[in-house]
Design a protein around this ligand. Structure first.
Ligand SMILES: Nc1ncnc2c1ncn2[C@@H]1O[C@H](COP(=O)(O)OP(=O)(O)O)[C@@H](O)[C@H]1O
Ligand SMILES: [Mg+2]
Length: 275
């Protein structure tokens, strides 16, 4: 469990700019937490605070009830991995398998253990047949999966992903999201920062950040059916949720729902049976 207690973060530019303001948050083991918010709302900063990459200006971040100074730095880096927008900035080697091995250096594994771990994660992310290829041969989505593999090899418990699909084409986005879902099912805690609503609805819990504060929090249904609130902070709810909101506003008898694809299908089938 990662716990943020009254966490604030400011940049000094040189005058003080408060980016994160007194946030209290618990990230439970195994959950899929999504963080959304308009540009500049503090998402990346919050992601870095959760990952122990940044230190709070005020308050504290605990992992399994322990503050940073009580834990070995290497232990934190192994427990919490962070993936960024641009896979090119995260790939360091000229060969796919060497890139995965990079994080294992200095960790005292035997060559055989390293070999085994690389095989496992390349299989997991679906890149095993590219092991001897240069990363530049890969598509954007595959590169992002390679970046994720480089973190997975450390066997993290928590994975923080900061808009990992925003530079990818639709196929790459789909593949990376499928991988994230699979990793969560395997027990890895996911903290996904995104601006895509179709990704946000995949979470167990959604946190809406506005101006460095938690503005809304709940499961996707609870958060996104607050259509007016969501729109007031510069975000759009998922398109069908918004559509049902507009129809209801015109006094038609319809519930505002999250409208996942299965719900839409069910609704259409019911309509069909009435005709
Ligand atoms: N390295 C930095 N130095 C100074 N200000 C920064 C830095 N990084 C981010 N900021 C400022 O902090 C605020 C929040 O940024 P960020 O956490 O990147 O938001 P988001 O990811 O939601 O777009 C923005 O106003 C941004 O300009
Ligand atoms: Mg950001």
């Amino acid at each position: 469990m990662i716990e943020l207690k009254n966490v604030s973060f400011s940049y000094y530019l040189p005058e003080k700019v408060d980016v994160i303001k007194n946030i209290n948050l618990i990230v439970n083991k195994g959950e899929f937490l999504v963080i959304i918010g308009r540009n500049g709302s503090g998402k990346s900063t919050l992601g870095r605070l959760i990952s122990f990459i940044l230190e709070p200006t005020e308050g504290e971040v605990l992992i399994d009830k322990k503050p940073k100074m009580e834990i070995d730095y290497l232990d934190i880096r192994k427990k919490i991995g962070m993936v960024f927008q641009n896979p090119d900035n995260q790939i360091v080697s000229q060969i796919v398998e060497e890139d995965v091995a990079f994080g294992l250096e200095n960790l005292n594994y035997s060559e055989e253990e390293i070999r085994e771990k690389i095989d496992d994660v390349l299989n997991e992310v679906g890149l095993i047949e590219f092991r001897k290829f240069p990363p530049n041969f890969l598509s954007g989505g595959q590169k992002q999966k390679l970046a994720i593999a480089g973190i997975l090899v450390m066997e993290p418990q928590y994975l923080v992903l900061d808009e990992p699909t925003s530079l990818l084409d639709p196929k790459g986005r789909k593949d990376v999201i499928e991988l994230i879902k699979k990793l969560n099912k395997k027990g890895i805690t996911i903290i996904l920062i995104t601006h895509r609503m179709e990704e946000a609805i995949l979470g167990d819990r959604v946190l809406v950040l506005n101006d460095g504060e938690i503005f809304l929090e709940g499961n996707p249904e609870e958060v996104f059916t607050e259509v007016e609130k969501i729109r007031s902070v510069g975000l759009s709810p998922p398109v069908f949720t918004y559509l049902s909101y507009l129809i209801k506003k015109e006094n038609f008898n319809i519930d505002i729902k999250l409208w996942k694809l299965e719900e839409i299908k069910k609704e259409i089938l019911q309509l069909k049976s009435k005709i």
